[in-house]
Design a protein around this ligand. Structure first.
Ligand code: MD3
Ligand code: FE
Length: 228
């Protein structure tokens, strides 16, 4: 049996919950680091401000985004892609803070994906009502590497859609300090975030932040991903 919302509500820190094959929720894995992670997020946002991107279809996203690392994910009328330069500032994205890298690697190691070396970290900021519709993350060249997500601030309801577009298969609450590693067959699963409930968090106020660590570029000679 896969876990559902109630399992994640009742599991304590330390134990991993299998959300799906290759997808491990680690409640509270980053718990003690939340204040320092948040400080690093705000420092990134000083150099590369949060902004609401426009989709290729012309809709403005309700989630505000920025990035750090050598590549950053962007969307505009021309499509979705990774860029080395922030189109808002015309500068390179801020470097990935060492503590981000360490946390992402530690979580991936614990989940059976040793040596994770992300080159991109997308930072999402949710305000009241912000949502992310069901989607796949498939703009990365290296689909063998997992994605590691870290939640900070207000809780959110994560929707897991499985391998096919369509209905949400399960829901899970993601709370501040929770880390999820998405690898294997879950790497291309459909997923989204339900509209954020209004609230007040002691550290983030009305916001929820989510970090997703991604390996965009394949290593030379890494195989299938290399020629995509
Ligand atoms: C499952 N972010 O940035 S994190 C995204 O909370 C994104 O901001 C959400 O989806 C957020 O693309 C969800 C959980 C997550 C991230 C990546 C995944 C789940 C995933 C990639 C594949 C499968
Ligand atoms: Fe995603």
């Amino acid at each position: 049996m896969m876990a559902d919302l109630f399992d994640t509500l009742t599991s304590g820190p330390g134990e991993a919950v299998a959300l799906a094959p290759g997808a491990w929720l680690r409640p509270g894995f980053a718990g003690g680091e939340v204040p320092s992670l948040l400080a690093a997020v705000l420092a990134v946002a000083e150099a590369a401000p949060f902004r609401h991107l426009v989709t290729p279809g012309g809709a403005t996203m309700s989630v505000a985004m920025t990035n750090c690392g050598s590549l950053g994910w962007i969307s505009d009328r021309r499509g979705y892609r990774y860029e080395q330069v922030d189109p808002l500032t015309s500068r390179r994205w801020p470097a990935m803070p060492e503590r981000f890298l360490q946390l992402a690697r530690r979580a991936a190691d614990a989940s059976g994906f040793p040596g994770f070396a992300p080159d991109a970290c997308l930072i999402n900021r949710y305000g009241p009502g912000s949502k992310l519709s069901l989607h796949q993350d498939r703009d990365e060249l290296d689909l063998d590497a997992p994605i590691v997500s870290v939640s900070l601030g207000l809780p959110a309801v994560f929707m897991f859609g499985g391998q096919a577009r369509g209905a949400c298969a399960s829901r899970h609450r993601l709370q501040s300090g929770d880390v999820v590693v998405w690898g294997g067959v879950s790497r291309l699963a459909f997923h989204g975030i339900a509209p954020l409930a209004a609230g007040a968090h002691g550290l983030t106020g009305e916001f929820r932040y989510n970090l997703t660590f991604r390996k965009v570029m394949s290593e030379p000679g890494a195989g299938a991903g290399a020629q995509r």
